[in-house]
Design a protein around this ligand. Structure first.
Ligand code: 5GP
Length: 202
């Protein structure tokens, strides 16, 4: 029987560089990224089904009410949620599944799926966070300010996570996350049949 992959629940404030790190991880065959549903309007470069599944509020709430979402949360005035089926299918196939989600959703997932691993990605400092959000050029000043306030709130939640990684560079942060996944795979609780395998009973 194929072993289930690791469910990697990755959070971090806007501007922490989650997106870039996730892209790097997805270059590896054994990682799959869950594409979220959202009611946020697409940014210029964003494509349906690649960056998000874009929905009206009405459709989104219907998905939620039909239990099609693993978790969902409101973030800066928009809804975001993780479609359940893809995650379950990929884990069963042995893939490590990445959820790149904000803190409320992350904690919901951990409650229903305690085997999930909570990783918090932090920008090196507040100044760098402000710079990254401003230079990205995808949001207006009002939205940037809301996101900085939200980033400070999210930072308060870091203690609820199992791992914290400071994103000094994409390469280093990616390596650190891979190290976490590698170690998690060796947890005794994830390898309950080792004695039987050793004795040739399985
Ligand atoms: P953005 O609008 O910048 O794409 O995303 C805003 C925030 O929503 C980010 O922190 C992102 O990680 C989070 N997010 C994206 N998809 C989901 C999701 O499916 N569920 C939750 N709870 N948060 C999400």
């Amino acid at each position: 029987m194929k072993k289930s992959g690791i469910l990697l629940i990755l959070s971090g404030p806007s501007g922490s560089g989650k997106g870039t790190v996730v892209e790097k991880l997805c270059e590896k065959d054994d990682f799959a990224l869950s594409i979220s549903a959202t009611t946020r309007a697409p940014r210029e470069y964003e494509q349906e089904g690649i960056h998000y599944f874009f929905h009206t509020r009405e459709d989104f709430l219907q998905m939620r009410d039909h239990h099609e979402l693993l978790e969902c949360a409101e973030f800066c005035g928009n809804f975001y949620g993780t479609p359940k089926k893809y995650v379950v299918d990929q884990l069963r196939q042995g893939k490590n599944v990445i959820l790149e989600i904000e803190v409320q959703g992350a904690l919901q997932v951990k409650q229903i799926y305690p085997d999930g691993v909570l990783v918090f990605l932090m920008p090196p400092n507040l100044e760098e966070l402000g710079k990254r959000l401003t230079h990205r050029g995808t949001e207006d000043a009002d939205t940037i300010n809301r996101r900085i306030c939200r980033a400070l709130e999210e930072m308060e939640m870091v203690d609820k996570y199992e791992y914290v990684i400071v994103n000094e560079s994409v390469e280093q942060a990616t390596r650190d996350i891979l190290a976490v996944v590698h170690a998690e795979k060796m947890r005794c609780s994830r390898n309950p049949n080792m004695k039987k395998i050793f004795k040739g009973e399985m």
